[in-house]
Ligand binder design. Sequence first.
Ligand SMILES: NC(=O)c1ccc[n+]([C@@H]2O[C@H](COP(=O)([O-])OP(=O)(O)OC[C@H]3O[C@@H](n4cnc5c(N)ncnc54)[C@H](OP(=O)(O)O)[C@@H]3O)[C@@H](O)[C@H]2O)c1
Length: 281
Amino acid sequence: MSTFLVVGANGSVASEVARLLAAQGHSVRKGTSRAATEAGQVHLNLLTGAGLTEALSGADGVFLFAPPGHVNHDELLIPVIDAAKAQGVRKLVLMSAMGANADPSAPLRKAELHLEASGLAWNIIRPNWFMQNFNTFWLHGIQTQNQILLPLGQAKGSFIDTRDIAAVAATLLSTDAHANRDFDLTGPEALDHDQVAAILSKETGRQIGYQDITPEAMQAGLLGAGLPAPYVGFMLLILSYFKAGYAERVTDSVSQVTGQAPRSVAQYAHDHRASWALPAN
Ligand SMILES: NC(=O)c1ccc[n+]([C@@H]2O[C@H](COP(=O)([O-])OP(=O)(O)OC[C@H]3O[C@@H](n4cnc5c(N)ncnc54)[C@H](OP(=O)(O)O)[C@@H]3O)[C@@H](O)[C@H]2O)c1
């Protein structure tokens, strides 16, 4: 029985990490940048460092990632890694992103390298694009225009279900089988967005298509949704990597760590089909 700090525990991956660790009988501190209102929650704001010392005190392990919306990943993550080391935390699992290790000067890679050199037991998990983007970030176009609207041509992605990412993270935190290793996490197959749209159509009974939009249209949409300009620039950059084919690779890391095959897009779509229900007329 260990004590774990799960940063950003209201998040889609982190909430499942917290649930899985608690189900294994561990004590879980659920970080939130808001006021802690529920039992088990701790206030922790990565932008200001507020609550960091208290949240880490007596923790054996930490699940860490940079909340979306920011591009200074190293500035957000390195203070947590250093404080974890200073406070005697044993292991830290960092969720990064597939491809982050391609450029040593990238802020996320700087945080990864800092963790590897920290003296903590560590794992780095680099998930590919989340399946759950289709029922969150890309949902508006699907609901209002019956279209997945993205500037990705016919490039394929080996999308991963956030539940599989969380299962990997919980296993890595609670066992020592894979200490000090990194894993690129993908789903079981690479699909293009016409194929994803066909799966969503089949599951929902709706006609959902894919429209290959220009990067400029994507940029206007993201800025219009209120995202900060530097983060929009970062999104366009990583979307261009997807379009160039860098999201196609399939790995067997999920089954290597958990012993379970990762979920398919068809399984994800089935489980989330209520997300794409249209209001009755
Ligand atoms: N989406 C993708 O396709 C994809 C692919 C690869 C990697 N990733 C990585 O996955 C991460 C996002 O994961 P996710 O989608 O599971 O996250 P998420 O659902 O967006 O949740 C992020 C959580 O962070 C918390 N948070 C916000 N600001 C915070 C702050 N200043 N300090 C501490 N916590 C804060 C929020 O909870 P409170 O409001 O309670 O604080 C929120 O629930 C990012 O690092 C991204 O780079 C995403």
